[in-house]
Structure formats: C-alpha cells, structure tokens
Design a protein around this ligand. Structure first.
Ligand code: SAH
Length: 473
C-alpha cells in the first residue's frame, strides 16, 4: 500500500495486535494485515490495541491505547518519568531481555548488513555492572514553560509553577519535562538540579523561553568521576551578571562535592557547547578519571565515555582482541582524548592516535605525558584527509588498527585506506552496529570477521556498543 492510500488509516484503532519484536530506536514492532507498525513502550508478547498516529510509505507508527495481555518479558519501570522523558525507553523490559535484544541487534547487523557468515567467535554481551546511576554526565535544560502532564491539564486547577529544569521531550527541541528524580547519575546530581532550580526561582533568575528566545538560564551540565567528585557547568545567555554570580557562589558554597565549577555564555539559538568558551569559576579546571592507574584529564568540553566502568570493560575487550605482543605499531583512529591509545600503549611499540577535535588532541597529549608514556603520537585532522599513504609511511605501517568512529561510521575513503593498508588486524569499536556492519562489508574483500562482542554501556536504552575483530584473509 502506498502512503497516500494509507492516509485513511490515521487514528484508526487495530485491536488485539501482538507485539512481535523490537526494532530500531528502541521501538517495538507489530504486524497487522501485512502492515508494519512501530510503537513505543511495547514488549514482545504484549497483546494490545494500537491507534495509528503516522502513516509512512513502508510502515506506520502507532500508540498503544489498551493492553489485553502483558508480556512475561515486562518488568515494572522504576522511574516516575518513564514513558514521557524518553531517556530510558526500555525500563519496561527486564534487564536480561534488554541484553538479549542488544546482542541480537549486533549479530543481526553483522549477518544481514555486513553479509558475514556466522563463523566468528561470539562472546556473550558484557552486561553493565551498574544498571542505575551509571552515567558520569548529564545535561539538563531550563525552560520557562514546562511540559504539562495530561492529568494536570485535565485537573483544571490553575497552574502556577511553569518553570522546568529537566530533559527535552523526545522529538521536541522546545519542550522540556521537569525532572524530580533521575536514576542515571549518582548523588548529589539530583540535589544539584533541584536546588539550582529552587535558588533560581527564589532569586528571580529567568529561565529560557524557547518562543521569545529570552531568559538567562539555559543549561546545566553535571559531570562526575568514580571518586565522587563533581564538575558543574552552567550555561547562560548574557544578561544579569550579578545574578549569575549569585548562582555560581551558591553552587560553590552549597556543594562541597563540586570540585570544578564553570560557566559558559551562550547567546546562540542552539545549545551545542563545542564553540563556547568555558569560564573557570572555582575549584580545579579539570576533574580526573583513573583506569588501571592511568590518569585522564576531563575538561568542561572533553569527551569521555559516559559510563566509566563499562568503558573500562569495553577497552579491555578491544585490547584483548588486539592481542598485542609489544612490538606492534598500533593506530587508534577517532582517539578522542587518547583514552584507548593510552590504555594499549604499554603493550605496543608505538601508538598513533588520530582525531579531528584539536582540543581533544591537546588533552590526549597531556594524558600521555601525565601517564609517563613516550611511545604515543597524536595527529589532529579529518580522518579522510589525515590517513593518507604518506601519513602511513611517515608513522610506520600499522600492525593493528583500532577504530572507534562516531555513530555515522567511517567515511568510505577511510574504510578503503584501511582495507588497503595491509594491517593484520582491525579492532572495530562502534556505538552503531548498523554503520559498523556497512563498513565491515566494505572491508570484506581483505578481512574476515573472527570475533564479536557486544558491550552494554547504557542499560534501559536500546543503545549497544559492538566490538569486532577483523583479520586479514
Ligand atoms: N575512542 C575515544 C572517542 C570515541 S568517540 C574514546 O573511547 O573515548 C569518536 C571520536 O571521533 C570523537 O572524539 C570525534 O571527535 C571523533 N571524530 C568524529 N569524526 C571524525 C573525523 N571525520 N575525523 C577525525 N575524528 C573524528
């Protein structure tokens, strides 16, 4: 059925449909009369009534409006904001079930998209040690008009507290849900958010209005390390300097856990901070994270894997797949602040890290110095431009390439260069199994998948990391 002749299905209700499986973006999938319907918050095995909300060419999107039977794969979501916040879309699935679907996502991608035969060594997915309070970074948004819950609107009472400090409703850049308790980051993360909101309201510091584009307070970023030390970055529009000072002093004095305090002035319409300058307000300019005795500096804008404990697990898988003997030249592509490069350096002759964010490369070099590692070198620039034949000649032909690209995967020129590099092994670390599988197919002429391990970094979400070892044929 084409899209146009499906339009009449809008708002129609299909009764007693069985949820068949999980699909992309954490949605569940159901089939009805040869039609594919995606819904949020369904569990395979549920029998439900679905109301159609969007008709697309190949599929439809719907909402579950009634449960007839609840799947045995379900568990009671523990967060009061579940279902609206969108942050932990899979809280209604048991953790074991989540892991099963993540593992399947990885193997399905490799087999279907990567067109790889199933003859690799598959280790069971590495479960997250912590399934709550596992994140070391959260970003909250201030809004002058919070998202109202249906029951508040239906209740008919006058609503006075309009301000929000919380998360964007998925799909709406201008709608913010005020959060009372989030289960993702250890305390005092919740206390900081709640008290900042309270203080700002009492002091009459204005919250950003997405319609009029006025208001001073925009975002607050809270980061922490394993030692329980916190870094806070307040992002504000330029405006009342005295009020900003008051808020910063409040944070400094109220929370001894905040060892590194900053603010940023953002007068742009978007909330990206990459192009903003962090103004150091108090404490140390950085916080430090530690892994196997290695030190990593985390600045206000530095990338660091958001689940530190699982990052350690992920790096151990990558290092074990690389199986270094000590005489290898290793390339660590998309090195960020050089974490993997530092992590494998003791077992390699030399490690070359490549990364396009200059500041990250600066931190990567600092990290290497801090760790007393002298066999590391870093280059800054776009991978497709940096990784030339000349570059390989200059730094030495790689024995092992570790690559950890962003969600989009590698540029085809980069994949081609790697395929031709003659490297014995490629350890491909990915946060997006679909693009990883696409790249694996491009490498298939010269490389064979021999080991696969999924790692769960983000419990209660559909996200999964996939580590694949490719060996030269
Ligand atoms: N391996 C690191 C970071 C991985 S995130 C770690 O584990 O911490 C991916 C990194 O790729 C980011 O640091 C991003 O800045 C970098 N990146 C994205 N596109 C790039 C490109 N075209 N060229 C070089 N680096 C890129």
């Amino acid at each position: 059925m084409s899209r146009s002749n499906k339009r009449h299905l809008y708002n129609q209700i299909f009764e007693r449909v069985t949820i068949a499986g999980v699909a992309a973006e954490g949605k569940a999938i159901a089939r009805h009369n040869d039609m594919v319907i995606f819904v949020n918050y369904g569990a395979p095995g549920d029998v439900v009534d679905i109301q159609i909300k969007k008709t697309r060419r190949r599929h439809m999107e719907g909402e579950i409006i009634k449960f007839h039977e609840k799947s045995s794969q379900r568990t009671e979501p523990f967060c009061e904001h579940f279902g609206i916040c969108g942050g932990c879309k899979w809280q209604h699935l048991g953790y074991e079930e989540q892991l099963k679907y993540k593992q399947k996502q990885v193997t399905d991608s490799i087999e279907r998209i990567g067109k790889v035969d199933y003859d690799f060594e598959l280790s069971p997915i590495l479960a997250s040690e912590n399934t709550r309070y596992y994140r070391n970074k959260l970003e909250y948004t201030f809004a002058s008009r919070r998202w109202l819950m249906p029951e508040e609107i239906a209740g008919g009472e006058e609503i006075t507290n309009h301000e929000a400090l919380g998360f964007h409703i998925p799909g709406f850049f201008d709608k913010v849900l005020s959060i009372d308790k989030c289960w993702l980051q250890p305390e005092p993360s919740n206390a900081i958010r709640l008290e900042v909101k309270d203080f700002a309201l009492k002091q009459d510091i204005s919250f950003y209005d997405f319609k009029t584009k006025e208001g001073q307070l925009k975002n607050i970023i809270i980061r922490n390390n394993a030692k329980g030390q916190f870094m806070v970055i307040v992002v504000l529009a330029s405006g009342d300097d005295e009020k900003r000072q008051l808020l910063m002093e409040f944070l400094r004095d109220r929370f001894p856990e905040i060892v590194s305090l900053h603010y940023m002035i953002n007068d742009k319409a978007n909330s990206s901070i990459g192009d903003l300058e962090a103004v150091h307000f108090s404490g140390t300019p950085y916080i430090m994270e530690e892994m196997e005795g290695l030190q990593f500096k985390i600045g206000p804008k530095s990338f660091y894997q958001t689940n530190s404990q699982q990052a350690y697990g992920l790096y151990k898988v990558a290092r074990s797949f690389a199986d270094l003997k000590g005489d290898e030249i290793v390339y660590d592509l998309y090195t960020g602040t050089g974490t993997i490069a530092n992590f494998v350096a003791a077992k390699a002759r030399k490690v070359i890290g490549v990364e396009y964010v200059e500041e990250a490369v600066k931190h990567a070099r600092e990290n290497a110095t801090l760790n007393g590692l002298t066999n590391l070198a870093f280059a800054a620039g776009d991978m497709a431009k940096v990784l030339t034949e000349d570059f390989l000649e200059q730094h030495g032909q790689p024995d092992v390439i570790i690559t950890d690209p962003p969600r989009a995967g590698m540029h085809p020129d980069v994949t081609a260069r790697i395929a031709e590099s003659g490297t014995r092994k490629i350890v491909y670390v990915s946060c997006n199994p679909a693009t990883q599988a696409r790249d694996i197919e491009l490498l298939a002429k010269n490389y064979k998948v021999t080991k696969v391990q999924a790692v769960d970094m983000f419990p209660h979400t559909q996200h999964v990391e996939s580590v694949v070892l490719l060996e030269r044929i």
